[in-house]
Design a protein around this ligand. Structure first.
Ligand code: IVH
Length: 727
């Protein structure tokens, strides 16, 4: 820090300013790192403030000296109008859950079946931080983009907000950074800050955030970065990606010499020279190799200037993972941030790469979650809700209770059978449970606390919204309203259509949908596209400006891609992930509408039940008429050339059929392996089939393949083929 005591001497005011600016930045960055990342303040607040103001002043006088990584650039001047969407270079997958060590054991068995030759391996246990994933991109060492996870494929560009997070370096602590570095991790709010935010919101009469995760998501999506800066978001980094690192750097042998990167010179604290020395001009004396393992990646992230959760442990066995999990089941309660489990990752990056991903999850990592939390509360009322599919769900309205960091005031009672089984009554004391993302549910009733004079709850026999009789089919637990013009069903269908993951029609909230349905302005989602400003202005409290904005927002939704339209249609079982999968295989609505059920079911990740729902939806004349109207209105019912993920991999153009029982792989796993390598999997053997993968008890398909002279592969040969493509 001696640099601050000796003002730089130079020949002109410009170079003088420049060197002073650089010096100030270095000192401020170092102080900031010590404070926010190491939690070890080294500079008194007043000194920091004075240096910061001096830098601000110099940059004001010399705006040409401002750089994007200057500490003054953490907070933007003007609020953003909206966030742009960004497509992730590598999708942000979520993790499969295991709820106990036995389920973890099952997961271990599954990945070992995919790589049966692997004898020894290690895991890294990390805490699962309950926040929001962020993908950070650094170009030549400078932070250029921060994006939210979004749906995993496309996120929102929240760079300006990300820059306000003090534990995220604006510049990596590397002398010769690779051109592109991508860092992923979890943005979160400490419990203390979360509680403080809610206190302030309560005072301001604003709705409270249900938990730190929601508060983090809400904060990241704030348009004004000044507000974000006040919220003191924090960040733990957990993944490092350097393009080429897996293909070149990660091998069983030592990496090539080019794969080392210089870290700035060493500082006294053992950390590799962060923001110290002479501004990175001196030759680096700290060099490191591109990491080969997750545990090394975490160290490298720390050296680069990130905050990395210290509770990371290398485990050599299932038992050691169990010990870590048990230890943190109680220790996590004393941590200043929320954790909801442990993330266990395979340590070797080359093994990670070999195992790859299923449709939804990496095979090399799993979330080992802690059990749901439970708490007692009182039933204040029991109501019923009619959903988009007409399903009538009984709900317990509860005296609000804190559960797993959330305030719970309603819980689902699922269906009539469950209500009868629980014999739940208004006034009862009940135990409610919340597990992760799942809606809270009533676990049991405490009959000894039941007040006198209560009555058993009866499910209504008529729809509470349209008064038509409710129907419950034999063998079905669900009671349904089957009136196609029930306003509740229509309302829910339109709300879903307009929702963020679907057509994302901003301004078309529940309040308006309710009004439009009541006024008979819309009978199907296609009617939205015929609404005029004049029509809308007849609705109570709708002004001209709002009507105009809404018509424009509806019009803009015509640009949403086909996958979102498909999701928006609200076909049973078709969430956004399944919609995306279907669209990748059926690039137009017509190809999907005409597909045979078996064809839909043969897609990896789409089972019989889902295929049946899709197939049947397109057999209902009213639905086909709806598709025609949407087409006429100009909605996207086909993938644009750029939205189909290009098929890559060594099996492109090859068609496989899998038959019989394979020794270790499940049928779906074999299909996934082939599809991930770019191949197509079909259900029936024809002249177009290139390979038949044969297991035990193969029948007619094998006979047919033999007749056609199609090449046969055993499971081992298939695995060999796929592995050879990766080399
Ligand atoms: S690794 C390919 N590590 O948990 C998957 N995730 O349920 C990469 N999370 O979306 C994720 N702490 O937002 C990983 N130490 C950790 C984590 C972590 C929290 C979140 C992350 C992810 C979600 C999955």
């Amino acid at each position: 820090m001696s640099a601050t005591q000796q003002p730089a001497t130079s020949h002109s005011a410009q170079t003088n300013a420049q060197s002073r600016v650089e010096e100030l930045r270095r000192v401020i960055q170092k102080a900031s790192y010590d404070y926010y990342v190491l939690d070890n303040p080294t500079l008194p607040d007043e000194v920091y403030d004075r240096l910061y103001r001096e830098l601000q002043e110099l940059e004001k006088q010399h705006p040409e000296l401002i750089t994007p990584d200057s500490p003054t650039q953490r907070v933007g001047e003007r609020p953003a109008a909206r966030f742009n969407s960004v497509k992730h270079n590598v999708p942000l997958y979520s993790l499969e859950n295991a709820f106990n060590i036995a389920e973890f054991g099952n997961w271990q068995e599954r990945w070992r079946r995919v790589a049966p030759d692997v004898q020894s391996f290690e895991y890294v246990c990390e805490l699962k931080i309950d926040g929001n994933a962020l993908a950070l991109t650094y170009e030549n060492g400078v932070l250029v983009r921060g994006a939210t996870r979004g749906d995993g494929i496309t996120g929102e560009d929240v760079t300006q907000n990300v820059k306000t997070i003090r534990s995220i370096p604006l510049r990596l602590n590397l002398d010769n950074p690779p051109p592109i570095v991508e860092v992923r991790g979890e943005a979160f709010l400490s419990l203390e800050v979360f509680e403080q935010i809610n206190k302030e919101r309560e005072q301001a009469g604003e709705a409270l955030f249900a938990n730190p995760r929601n508060a983090t998501a809400g904060t990241l999506r704030q348009l004004d970065s000044k507000v974000v800066a006040k919220r003191r978001l924090d960040f733990f980094a957990y993944t490092l990606q350097i393009p080429g690192m897996l293909s070149e750097g990660v091998q069983e042998e030592a990496p090539p010499a080019e794969s080392s990167i210089a870290v700035s010179s060493e500082s006294p604290g053992g950390q590799l020279g962060l923001f110290d020395g002479d501004g990175g001009q001196s030759p680096a004396n700290g060099e490191f190799k591109i990491p080969q393992t997750q545990i090394d990646s975490l160290d490298v992230l720390s050296q680069m200037g990130f905050k990395v959760n210290p509770n990371r442990v290398l485990c050599k066995s299932l038992e050691e993972v169990g010990d870590y999990y048990d230890r943190f089941s109680t220790e996590r309660l004393n941590l200043p941030y929320m954790t909801d489990g442990v993330v266990v990752k395979i340590n070797s990056l080359s093994l990670q790469q070999r195992l790859g991903f299923t449709q939804k999850f990496p095979r090399w990592a799993v979330a080992l979650k802690y059990p749901a939390e439970e708490a007692p509360t009182i039933v204040e009322n029991i109501s019923v809700n009619v959903g988009r599919t007409g399903a009538v769900t009984p709900l317990a309205e509860l005296r609000p209770v804190q559960l797993a960091g959330t305030t719970v005031s309603r819980a689902t009672l699922h269906n009539a059978d469950r209500v009868a089984e629980l014999d739940i009554r208004i006034g009862d004391t009940v135990i409610v449970r919340k597990a992760g993302e799942i809606i809270p549910e009533v676990l049991r009733v405490l009959p000894e606390l039941r007040p006198a004079g209560t009555q058993a709850f009866q499910m209504p026999s008529c729809c509470p919204e349209c008064s038509q009789p409710l129907v419950r089919e034999d063998n079905e637990a669900v009671t349904r309203c089957v009136n196609v013009s029930c306003p509740a069903i229509l309302r829910e269908a339109i709300i879903h259509w307009a929702s963020k993951g679907a057509l994302d029609i901003r301004g078309l909230g529940e309040k308006w949908v309710l009004q439009f349905v009541k006024h008979g302005l819309i009978q199907t989602v296609a009617d939205l596209y015929d609404l005029t400003i004049d029509q809308l202005m007849q609705v109570e409290r709708m002004g001209k400006k709002s009507a105009q904005n809404l018509v424009e927002a509806i019009d803009r939704s015509k640009q949403q891609p086909w996958s979102r339209v498909l999701y928006g249609l609200g076909i049973r079982h078709i969430g956004s992930v399944n919609a995306q999968t279907l669209v990748e295989n059926f690039p137009t609505v017509d190809s999907l509408a005409q597909a045979e059920m078996a064809e839909i079911a043969s897609i990896y990740g789409i089972g019989d039940e889902i295929a049946q729902a899709v197939y049947q939806w397109f057999r209902v004349p009213a639905n086909l008429a709806l598709v025609d109207r949407l087409r006429a209105a100009g909605l996207q019912l086909a993938s644009g050339a750029d939205s189909i993920r290009p098929k890559t991999g060594g099996l492109v153009g090859k068609t496989f059929v899998v038959t019989g029982t394979l020794p270790t792989l499940k049928r779906d796993e074999a299909k996934a392996l082939i599809q991930e390598a770019g191949g197509k999997v079909s259900d029936s053997v024809s002249k177009k089939t290139d390979y038949l993968v044969v297991g035990d008890d193969a029948g007619s398909k094998l006979e047919k393949a033999q007749k056609l002279g199609i090449t046969q592969l055993s499971e081992a040969q298939l695995l060999e083929l796929v592995a050879s493509l990766k080399e």
